[in-house]
Design a protein around this ligand. Sequence first.
Ligand code: GAL
Length: 350
Amino acid sequence: MLILLVAIKDIFMKKSILFTLMLILSPLSAFSQKEIVQGTQWLDTAGNPINAHGGGILYHDGKYYWYGEYKKGETILPDWATWECYRTDVTGVSCYSSPDMLNWTFEGIVLPAVTDDSDHDLHTSKVLERPKVVYNKKTCKFVMWAHVESADYSKAAAGVAVSDSPTGPFKYLGSFRPNDAMSRDQTIFVDDDGKAYQFASSENNATLYINELADDYLRPTGKFTRNFIGESREAPAVFKHDGKYYLLSSGCTGWDPNQAELAVADSIMGEWKTIGDPCTGKDADKTFYAQSTYVQPVYGKKDLVIAMFDRWNKTDLENSRYVWLPLNFDNGKITIPWIEKWSPAVYPDK
Ligand code: GAL
């Protein structure tokens, strides 16, 4: 009997040692995340810092894809700069995938910079910002729109790329000014009826344009509206809730933080009505020292919608951080309260 007990104990010991070893060696468990901690360095499932700034999310076939500016290397302020146009060389657009908006696997640079043609929009010497990817159900293509710029920010154009897969590679189609108007900070929103719209800071960032896109999402239809005229709104992030459209945006102070603003509309092209600053709590009047970039609902979770912000580090852009906060819905009033750390897992399933 004693021998039998010793043998069983031995098997259990070996199993638990084996299990502990598996935990240590498995890269997934080593770098799996339990919560979102604002402004800290977030690691992907391989243990590397997540590098996806000014980003946006695509939800496709049960997975989230996070696309953003892959800011790598030295941040410089060009000699000729008359304002704080700190930049890194263009490296490309990165993509990370996740089942839960918490654990992110690096899928690579899905739209790389161009190194051998200094005239190309994606040349390392230029600027590439705020990429957003949407899926076109009619063409079965993944369509990326981004702000493509010259190093001195005078180009103010939108670049478009397409892919057959969410993880690329994306084929760059070229750039233009939608409806012949400047296009800087931008996002793309696809409505429930499949129609897509580009929101872009235009007219020297003074006025926000909403450009309706053609059925293939590759170009504007020519129908557009001018919104928040002279109000200098940037960093647009659009979402729909209870049949209304919402637009979260920042003011216009370069890489420095300012106060966020929420606006609402019954119809996507406007008219938009400003509600005010939705942020509450510590440093709310400076958007928690961050700037909006996207708003993403978490599917399968009741009322979990995440507002994504960048906390820019203007003199070391690669080391900019992220602030992701759940929206709070209270009797039709939307706020974004400051929470130092939180987890999507604690939200009840639908
Ligand atoms: C911000 C903008 C960023 C970047 C920066 C350059 O206002 O939101 O995307 O363009 O200016 O200074």
